[in-house]
Write a protein of this length. Structure first.
Length: 388
């Protein structure tokens, strides 16, 4: 009999907690939708007014401008809009609950603040997962695509816009050097490629071609001259001629070459501002270049850890919003707006500061990248434990 009573009581409590979770989620998701849409519209409108003259000079049509902002939106969502909207919505929702003494009543019923925060933490984890997907799969080429849209009507023409001139890179792990006169970043086609590599017996070979393409995972070269091993080092180099030559042993992919271009164009100043490379691009580059200079290694590792840390921004937002919005009292809901602006400003200033210290080699890369999350997340946990 007693076991049956306890079982019934446990089921009743679980049903009540599920009902409470649904209520808290509903009260959060509605303002979150408004905040997300409102901030995005304001951000696009502000950027449009500042760039309208440039769009007119570049002769962009309305459909092209709309496509430009569609491409830019993922980066803006990741960098500031989604974390800021979540922070503002959380502070507004919690302040509203506190004004009406709802949180006090829930806690008086024996529900801890951490248990009340469970739906918010789930939203934070889900939003962090969305940020990771934006970082790795949607956003990587957004800047390049946006730049291509803005140059659609440039006098250089479509062909010149797609070709990267004078590309040199070395695959250190396989001791292979590439020199490419021009590389098509969209199709992966090469113009006048030259490759120098080492054979297993220690001798070196060279290949020069009129053009090269990658098809079915194999680099194929056309109008090729390939050097022949010469037993006498003093003899002139001998070349063999081929109309078409497939090189299965060349493992470099177009994606790795594009990441090589992006990293070669990444200055220390740009790297110090924000994470600009995907995790896959950085790992591919480090695999091809196992022996990096200290400055380059610090820059890339800071970018790598910052890319991972940035994905957890929304969870940190939840941790810092709970103690700011949960204390009881009849407060103006717009206090949450001012608090969110200040917190966002402080967080992103610290984020830029940490990136600058990491890329400059003044702090270990992992510490520099995780510094804002550790400080703000730790402060949020400590303040939540002190809420009465």
């Amino acid at each position: 009999m007693r076991v049956a009573c306890f079982d019934s009581l446990a089921r009743l409590l679980c049903a009540q907690m599920r009902l409470l979770d649904r209520y808290l989620l509903r009260e959060l998701l509605v303002p979150l939708g408004y905040c997300l849409g409102g901030i995005l519209v304001l951000w696009i409108a502000f950027d449009l007014f500042s760039e309208l003259g440039a769009f007119q000079q570049e002769q962009l049509r309305p459909a092209e401008i709309a496509r430009y902002y569609l491409v830019k939106t993922p980066r803006w969502l990741q960098e500031i809009i989604l974390p800021a909207a979540l922070l503002l919505a959380l502070l507004y929702t919690l302040t509203n609950h506190a004004r009406h003494h709802e949180l006090t009543a829930m806690r008086a019923a024996g529900v801890s603040l951490w248990r009340l925060s469970a739906p918010y933490l789930v939203v934070g984890v889900f939003s962090s997962a969305c940020l990771y997907l934006l970082n790795e799969y949607w956003m990587p080429n957004s800047s390049e695509l946006a730049e291509q849209i803005r140059k659609l009507h440039a006098n250089t023409g479509a062909i010149n816009r797609l070709w990267q001139p004078d590309l040199n890179f070395r695959n250190e792990s396989e001791d292979r050097f590439w020199r490419i006169r021009a590389y098509n970043i969209e199709t992966g086609e090469m113009a006048e490629p030259y490759v120098d590599w080492r054979l297993p017996d220690g001798s070196r070979r060279q290949l020069a071609a009129e053009r090269g393409v990658r098809s079915n995972g194999v680099w194929t070269f056309f109008s090729v001259r390939e050097s022949v091993p010469n037993p006498s080092p003093d003899s002139p180099r001998v070349w063999e001629q081929f109309n078409v030559l497939a090189m299965v042993e060349f493992s470099e992919t177009p994606e790795q070459i594009k990441s090589e271009i992006k990293i070669s164009q990444l200055s220390s100043i740009k790297a110090a501002h924000k994470a600009r490379l995907t995790i896959g691009e950085i790992l591919d580059y480090k695999r091809l270049h196992p022996h990096l200079r200290p400055g380059t290694r610090a820059k890339l590792e800071t970018q790598l850890y910052a890319r991972i840390a940035d994905s957890w921004t929304c969870l940190v937002v939840v941790l810092i919003a709970v103690p700011f919005g949960a204390p009881s009292g009849r407060r103006n809901a717009f206090v949450g707006v001012a608090a969110s602006i200040f917190i966002c400003f402080a967080y992103f200033v610290l984020q830029r500061f940490g990136m600058a210290l990491g890329t400059g080699g003044y702090l270990p890369s992992m510490v520099a990248a995780w510094l804002p999350n550790l400080l703000f997340g730790g402060a949020g946990i400590w303040l939540t434990a002190r809420v009465r």
